[in-house]
Design a protein around this ligand. Structure first.
Ligand SMILES: [Zn+2]
Length: 643
């Protein structure tokens, strides 16, 4: 439900990248016409009319997308590519080195080049905008999929005028301002390329829009698309069903004290037939979840962090962005070292804000910290690489996780970011005797005055300086030790300084039980040393040095029997529990590469699952951290969108 909006005010600051085209001479816009009427047949048809002067011209397909942290532009899904000028076809060559660049010669007398191609929605083999993004009933359109652009002096500022034709009867949602529309044919306002690419469109036969903050100065919306009316009816299009999301909007704004969007749109796709992820934008987030999100409380609990995380990025990642990620176009490689701030702080506050807004309870908040602390403390990869090395190499580590995650490490800057920023939060609270917290860092670093979207880059030293201004300490040394050096143990100081400690229980904790149900797996990571698929018995990553590893079990084996009986999750857990009371090993019959083999796992420690245990000698800072900031009435309990 985008509305027509006029031009944006010229309130740019030095060093900002966003929208600066509008302050300059207004060149002829690129016309982009996307025909999505074949989206149910997994095809998009695109046409571009690109102003150009006679002579050599190189056009680029976007390669590095903001927020994706990898060179994943789906150029291999571009087919039927044709160029012409004044109605005559032009020959073209792909650059022999850069697969995303196309060279052609604009003939004398021509003032523009026409480009047409089809985009294969079905391919979807990659992650993010290269992942599956359509079904027969809905479409998630990322504009970078369907355009080429010239790499001139200021590519992000090139004005684009886009139109979009949707299948008959489909509805849509986007933060991109409309200039006008007829049924199924949308005409958008002329915007800089950066704004266009930052403003995806969700469309579908079964889609509704809810205004979350009617009557307030800044509008916020959620658009929900599903594959059928039954799923969509799971949470009806009624604002009363979104009390915790409304609280989230208020909590995020109370935290920062100002925002850098004109409107904010959650674009929620609930489908089992698209790739599942969240991708942040200045004025919207592309949030893709399982269909059961609409009908099943457990799915919503497992995904409680998603919307808080993606919205937090509007400030941390979009408005304030590490200089290495604020590139001048979509071809230049990004330098991702500061992802421990960009993603790490967002991961921490995704959990905090989900709890402050009631999307999850305090128990789930503590359990996510316990699960992450246990995972990272056992991470074999931390023996050889620093957390900073996982950020620098982030482009190699998506999509997570996979075989070998323990030895290799993964995108640990998310979950380890939780622990490091929790420790920073606790330190500020202690240093200032409770007068200040990490919330004050958020307000000073990301808040300021309300504004339209813009990018203000930062460096590592800026983060350290802002923290020192708030609570003088050796912040340089703090991050050096935790982020830039190899640390054999996970940083557990935050949990401990908040009055809790990592402990173990022999009963599967509630959130882990939910995750196991959804992921269809069984976790024995901290007892035998692996997780496995509940249905197929496939053994996942085996923890180096664990009892299973010492017995010779490797990832990829299939479990067949436990102590001589056909295996089941219940039987396996019972065998682990029973082995704690005797000296007999747990025997596991497996099949691997067509060979059957029995392993005797000599383990007698019983079932072990991580939990946080209260340390009554210290004050409970976790309870303080999750206290809501925004003053507002408590929403009704048990609203469907919350649990
Ligand atoms: Zn993120």
């Amino acid at each position: 439900m985008a509305k027509h909006r006029g031009r944006f005010p010229d309130i740019l600051l030095a060093g900002t990248l966003f929208f600066s085209a509008l302050a300059r001479a207004d060149p002829t816009p690129v016309q982009l016409d996307v025909d999505a009427t074949d989206a149910p047949h997994q095809l998009l048809h695109t046409r571009l009319h690109i102003p150009a002067a006679p002579g050599p011209l190189t056009l680029y397909y976007p390669k590095w997308m903001p927020g994706e942290h990898l060179p994943g532009g789906p150029v291999n899904d571009v087919t039927g590519l044709e160029f012409s000028a004044r109605g005559k076809p032009l020959s073209w060559q792909r650059d022999p080195v850069d697969m995303f660049a196309f060279h052609l010669e604009v003939p004398p007398g021509a003032a523009a080049v026409d480009v047409s191609f089809d985009f294969l929605l079905a391919a979807g083999g990659g992650v993010y905008s290269a992942g599956g993004s359509s079904t027969s009933r809905l479409l998630d359109l990322n504009w970078n999929q369907v355009l080429l652009y010239p790499r001139n002096a200021a590519p992000l500022e090139i004005p684009f005028r886009a139109t979009l034709k949707l299948p008959a009867g489909w509805k849509f949602g986007t933060a991109l301002p409309l200039a006008g529309s007829s049924p199924d044919h949308l005409r958008f306002a002329t915007v800089p390329l950066e704004t266009l690419i930052d403003s995806p469109v969700i469309g579908g036969e079964f889609l509704y829009t809810v205004a979350l903050t009617p009557g307030e100065k800044t509008p916020h919306f959620i658009h929900v698309a599903a594959d059928n009316a039954t799923d969509l009816a799971g949470i009806p299009p009624d604002v009363d069903h979104y009390p915790h999301l409304i609280r989230l909007v208020h909590e995020e704004n109370a935290l920062f004290g100002a925002h850098h969007y004109r409107e904010y749109h959650f674009l929620l796709t609930a489908s089992d037939h698209v790739a599942h992820f969240g991708l942040e934008h200045h004025e919207s987030s592309d949030d893709r979840v399982a269909a059961s999100y609409l009908t099943d409380a457990d799915t919503r609990t497992a995904d409680a962090e998603l919307l808080p995380h993606e919205m937090f990025h509007s400030w941390n990642g979009k408005y304030r962005r590490p200089a290495g990620l604020a590139t001048p176009d979509y071809q230049q490689p990004m330098q991702a070292e500061l992802l421990w701030v960009y993603e790490g702080l967002t991961s921490y506050y995704g959990k905090v804000l989900a709890t402050r807004s009631g999307l999850q309870d305090a128990g789930a908040f503590r359990e996510t910290l316990a699960l992450n602390a246990a995972l990272l403390d056992h991470r074999n990869g931390r023996q050889w690489r620093s957390l900073a090395d996982t950020t620098v190499a982030a482009q190699l580590l998506y999509p997570p996780p996979g075989p070998g995650s323990s030895r290799r490490g993964s995108v640990d800057f998310y979950s380890e970011g939780d622990l490091i920023w929790l420790e920073a939060d606790a330190l500020i609270r202690q240093q200032t005797h409770g007068a200040k917290s990490l919330d004050d860092f958020c307000k000073s670093f990301y808040g300021g005055e309300d504004s339209a979207p813009r990018v203000v880059p930062y460096h590592y030293d800026d983060v350290v300086r802002a923290l020192n201004d708030l609570a003088p300490s050796d912040w340089q040394g703090f991050f050096q030790k935790r982020v830039y050096e190899v640390t054999k143990r996970a940083p557990l100081g935050g949990i401990e300084n908040c009055g809790w400690r990592l402990a173990w229980t022999n009963a599967v904790p509630p959130l882990l039980k939910i995750r196991e149900g959804l992921r269809k797996n069984t976790s024995l990571d901290y007892s035998l040393g692996f997780s496995l698929g509940t249905g197929d018995g496939n053994i996942g990553d085996v923890e180096p040095g664990s009892p299973a590893d010492r017995a010779g079990i490797i990832q990829g084996m299939k479990l067949v029997a436990v102590n001589g009986r056909a295996w089941s999750a219940t039987l396996l857990r019972a065998a682990v529990a029973a082995a704690a009371t005797n000296r007999a090993p747990v025997t596991l019959l497996t099949v691997n590469d067509d060979y059957y083999q029995t392993f005797a796992v000599d383990y007698h420690g019983g079932e072990k699952y991580p939990v946080l245990e209260r340390d009554s000698l210290k004050p409970d800072l976790l309870a303080d951290i999750i206290k809501p900031l925004a003053s507002q009435p408590e929403p009704a309990t048990n609203a469907p969108a919350t649990k």
